[in-house]
Design a protein around this ligand. Sequence first.
Ligand SMILES: [Zn+2]
Ligand SMILES: [Zn+2]
Length: 647
Amino acid sequence: MKDESQVKITLPDGSERFYPKGVTALEIALSISEGLARNVIAAKVNNEVWDPTRQITEDSLVKLLTWNDEDGKATFWHSSAHLLAEALEALYPGIKFGTGPSIEKGFYYDVDLGGQSISQEDFPKIEAKMLELARQKNEYIRKPISKAEAIDYFTKKGDEYKLELIDGLEDGSITLYEQGGFTDLCRGPHIPNTGFIKAAKLTNIAGAYWRNKQENKMLTRIYGITFPKAKELEEYVTLMEEAKKRDHRRLGKELELFAFSEKVGQGLPLWLPKGAMLRERLQAFLSKAQSRAGYTPVITPHIGSKDLYVTSGHWDKYGKDSFQPIKTPNLGEEYLLKPMNCPHHCEIYKTSPRSYKDLPLRFSEFGTVYRYEQSGELHGLTRVRGFTQDDAHIFCRPDQVKEEFIRVIDLVLYVFKSLGFDDYSAQISLRDPNNKEKYIGKDEDWEKAESAIIEAAAERGLSTVTELGEAAFYGPKLDFMVRDALGRKWQLGTIQVDYQLPQRFQLEYTGSDNQKHRPVMIHRAPFGSMERFTAILIENTAGQFPLWLSPDQIAILPISEKFADYAEDVFFQLQDHDIRGFVDHRDEKIGRKIRDAEVTKVPFMLIVGEKEAAEGKLSVRRKGEGDLGIMTIEEFTAFFKKEAAIA
Ligand SMILES: [Zn+2]
Ligand SMILES: [Zn+2]
């Protein structure tokens, strides 16, 4: 038992430890191991990221964060923005500072240079200054301060941007952070000291309006990235070069898969013929697997009455920030573009009385949904305003949750295997055991579902991490993370339990006891969306899709026009075997035809000339491998079929 002078600290694995009140995350780390303490750069205290040196005075859920945690990285990079500011102030005295957040990869700081100027040529000098200051191992010191004192400090400094920020803050909530000779207005958190930063690179410079408003002054935004090891920076630079080559926006254009049109609207992808074929094949592949796994397809409209989303809760939560209602001309009815398929599927559930014997029901739909994303957030196919989810909702009894999780895990793993994602792991997100009242649904149902997920993952041998307090308020979940060919992590395939929608829609089934019960709803989407998944697939394969998925599987290349008829004849025969491709009838040299087929990533090139035509054969080349020799059409089809088999 703890006494009054102690706090109870719950670690992510559920273990509980007692420490004196005022203990810091760094001290907790040290009590576990010195090695751990050396790597701790921040901590999640009751799901809020804190300085690892900040005192904990209440019973708390604590997760120690290192460079390997996303929140750890974010803290590291935000702290690096302070270091950049310190370096800039030393090199360009009198400049003024806007804000300096971390971003997905690195950080930036917005500055007002006054009469001075900075260009890319100045980057090495600034980077050197950052490293010089980093080597001083200056601590990031947190200083709570009154609003009046804060105003006084930045008035003396003459930084009107910080004064404007302070204006919007409540007295009593303001903190300054000081490291070395630099003081910033900041809420934190930060890493313990600048010495953790071992490598720094500035990556870009751009203009940005103060507080993102066009009527405001244009500031200079300097982007950078930092690392705890010099070697990691080298790896990052190599990775960036490779990533640029694999960028799905660039390959999507080169391979004629998709396009965007300002006239159609931002973030609304147009699938070109080759992309549409690719997508249809992905869809057919998953439909077949789902049909085997007991799913039944349903189809629902692209809009739904506003009332539907009031019931589901989406209107209250997202209505204001999303596409606004569509109104009918006469009766003034209001409809919304569908942001999610789930409410529609709940209504499908309600079309019949359900008994315990009917469950589970698994409704699947390639459902297109629309969500408003800020234009600055849009990115190729990964962030769009209209996309198609490979959605399904499973309605089951509480005692069926484990079996259903196992089945979904099997489906997701089959998808990964068939598409070449071999490196994956999973995260299980559970309740915060200290704050159970935050979650809806019955306590016993949560316990059952959480252990069902843990057991299902264990039975399928998944490598998992478990995060307490990361569950949605309406249910626990399991997320898959895949690592692509460049080592980048993507979240793919969420399986989410939901106790909320069945309640909001009053879903019921009659149990074996003849009483009414509430079913459990499970949301799942192995791809996530067709758009995002295609983007990931392009970047993972560099556009060299698995043979079964390739838009064009073969290119038949006649050496000259004389063999055009034979080429066509071969093409028809291969088409009979469902082999896709084309004949290159252009009046070009054979070397050129081969090169062009390689560039567009056609897996097989079939060259036909005098000898091949005379003997009824093909000269087979494989992209990236070269000559495979002469084959008869039958030999090639047999070989091809083996190569194109799924998984
Ligand atoms: Zn800060
Ligand atoms: Zn759903």
